[in-house]
Design a protein around this ligand. Sequence first.
Ligand code: KMT
Ligand code: NI
Length: 179
Amino acid sequence: MVEAWYMDESPEDQRRPHRQRPNRPVSVEELQQLGVCSWKLDADNYETDPELAQIRKEQNYSWMDIITIHKDKLPNYEEKIKIFYEEHLHLDDEIRYILDGSGYFDVRDKEDKWIRIYMEKGDMITLPAGIYHRFTLDENDYVKAMRLFVGDPVWTPYNRPADHFDARQQYVHGLALTA
Ligand code: KMT
Ligand code: NI
């Protein structure tokens, strides 16, 4: 199970946990209501894991690659780190599976508050098309993740405001139905 919590408003380093005091946890069920789904898998055996194969087949995650985010490994590291942390949305689901290291995905809740999701080795997550989100490394400064996609990948981030896109309007409409 992934751990998630409401963020504080402190301007300190994005890599810090940013928990409120007292901590305000967010359950897996609350994440699901936002359309965010997560799985725990066996990251040591991702190449042969039947569970991963089954998810990929069921969800049509035909495409995948592996990205390593570390200052010595990722070209244009500083620039990419900034882009990942700009609040944005995509027109397709964002699917990530943490193979090593850790990091935070932040998503907006229905009241537009930031929820921080801690993702570590073995955690897989899907962020629905149209949800505002961002990503940062944590203080360990390293993550290796599988990126999955239905068909040919389109990574284009649309920074907020991006409310005019169909994907956003459909997402917001879907949220209203589950309220
Ligand atoms: C993204 O789209 O934010 C990324 O690919 C970086 C996060 S992958 C753990
Ligand atoms: Ni994104």
